[in-house]
Design a protein around this ligand. Structure first.
Ligand SMILES: Cc1ncc(COP(=O)(O)O)c(C=O)c1O
Length: 469
């Protein structure tokens, strides 16, 4: 992807750069080839590895969730750790490494970012790549009818969400409340910790935002739960008239446990919000690029309802997309960094692959990957219904519940799975679920089969283990 206006004499097209890139691609290919299957740790490295993990835990003021310290090398969905082990990375930095590890095409793209004039781009001085990325994101977001016209880049999902929040409050001033769903997750700033429905995430923090919660859809009682959600919304609107600046929601609850709802459920609520002139903000920080379309609001055909959409994780650069109506007045949103040149180039490379490759659509690769996981899970469930059960998540957000779904039992399962060579992560509570965000752009069928084989082994081992928590 060339980002200079004049191709012929650009630095990127200089024959020395072209030759250097070729040599880099060849060298990388020679090094990654040996990472071809799951491997246990090298025992001779154990002591020094333990030391490094201990040092890291001390430096950051708290231990890491897993004994994970990457070596900086991987191959597709496999990643190598400093202890010499190789594992399937089924969590991808919680949805970030959509191209897996040490992807040659991505490295080639990033070499071009490395020879760019600056490391970081920000609001004062943006390069052409930032413009192109904003243009791509708005074009994709509008492709099936949304009114999103503007794009503001940022470096984290939380910042994209803070920007959304500020735009909505400014627009709806003096409204001072927000609506969201129960079990929502929005990020970890002072304001987002209030929006997030998890008391432990705001332990000790002052209240910065007044939030009203609405129960999410319950798949076991569709009609009843829709009625209950509508009743809760109506109650909040009645109790605090003209006080809500917007509703923030995830169409597929991520940290909440990978639950979704049918289009009709959202439309029922959105119609009420529209009646009350309350803007609708869809948080797609986790869902972006994980369904049959780039945006989950497109997957659910809710384009006409969206006023603000935030995205992040697999896009490498985060963004707030918004309609003309929600444009902020000068001074409200700005950042020194809106993205590293390498992240911006990576984002463009990823979007191109999704949109031009065979990933989207009902028969696209993303849903094929999901279906293959589900086939394995259904078989495991049929053999041992008490070991593993659904729901299995949506698209590239794969999930399941093991045993009784208690936090302790699930953590024990995840640790065993990690030792066996698969990295996954928990989500939700009561039940605590196992979730996976596979690197969709490199996942092969044989990877899915190998991962599910390891899940099966660990389920069997856990079932018969005498020392379960
Ligand atoms: C739905 C949702 N919103 C916001 C965030 C916050 O993103 P970040 O961790 O990049 O600040 C997350 C992160 O998990 C998320 O899942």
């Amino acid at each position: 992807m060339n980002n200079s206006l004049n191709r012929e004499d650009s630095l990127e097209e200089d024959p020395r750069i072209v030759e250097a890139r070729k040599l880099i691609r060849e060298a990388v290919a020679d090094h990654v080839i040996r990472i071809d299957c799951v491997r246990p740790p090298d025992h001779s490295l154990q002591e020094s590895y333990d030391q490094l993990l201990k040092q890291f835990g001390e430096l950051r003021g708290g231990g890491l969730y897993y004994r994970y310290l990457g070596s900086g090398l991987g191959n597709g969905a496999l990643v190598e750790l400093v202890d010499g082990s190789v594992k399937y990375d089924m969590i991808s930095g919680i949805g970030v490494h959509i191209y897996g590890h040490t992807h040659i095409g991505m490295i080639d793209e990033l070499v071009q970012a490395a020879i760019s004039d600056t490391v970081m781009q920000g609001n004062l001085q943006q390069n052409l790549d930032s413009l192109r990325l904003c243009d791509d994101l708005v074009r994709i977001a509008r492709s099936s009818g949304s009114g999103l016209e503007h794009c503001f880049l940022s470096t984290s999902g939380a910042t994209a969400n803070e920007n959304a929040l500020k735009m909505m409050f400014q627009k709806k001033h003096p409204a001072d409340r927000m609506l969201t769903f129960r079990n929502s997750f929005s990020g970890r700033t002072m304001a987002l910790a209030q929006l997030t429905d998890r008391p432990k995430n705001r332990e000790g923090l002052p209240t910065t935002l007044s939030v009203d919660y609405i129960p999410f859809f319950d798949n076991d009682q569709p009609a009843q739960s829709t009625k209950a959600s509508l009743a809760a919304l109506s109650e909040h609107l009645h109790r605090y008239p003209e006080s809500h600046a917007g509703m923030c929601l995830e169409l597929i609850q991520g940290e909440g446990g990978y639950y979704s709802a049918p289009r009709e459920f959202f439309i029922a609520l959105f119609d009420v919000l529209r009646e009350h002139d309350i803007p609708i903000w869809i948080d797609e920080v986790q869902t972006f690029g994980r369904t049959s379309r780039m945006f989950a609001f497109q997957h659910l055909e809710l384009d006409e309802y969206v006023d603000v959409v935030t995205l992040g994780k697999m896009s490498q650069v985060c963004a707030t997309l918004f309609t003309k109506d929600l444009k902020a007045r000068p001074g409200l949103v700005s950042q020194t960094f809106t993205g590293a040149t390498s992240s911006i180039r990576a984002a463009q490379f990823i979007l191109k692959q999704f949109c031009e490759g065979n990933y989207l659509g009902e028969n696209g690769r993303t849903l094929q990957i999901h279906n293959r996981f589900v086939q394995h899970f259904e078989r495991l469930h049929a053999e041992n219904p008490n070991s593993i059960r659904g729901p299995w998540g949506i698209g590239g957000m794969v999930a399941f519940t093991v045993f009784d779904g208690s936090a302790e039992r699930t953590k024990d399962f995840l640790n065993r799975l990690f030792e066996a060579g698969v990295i996954a992560f928990p989500a939700g509570a009561e039940p605590t679920r196992v979730r996976m965000l596979p690197p969709l752009l490199v996942m092969l069928d044989k990877d899915i089969d190998a991962v599910c084989g390891l899940i099966e082994n660990v389920l069997t081992e856990s079932r018969f283990s005498p020392d379960l928590p």
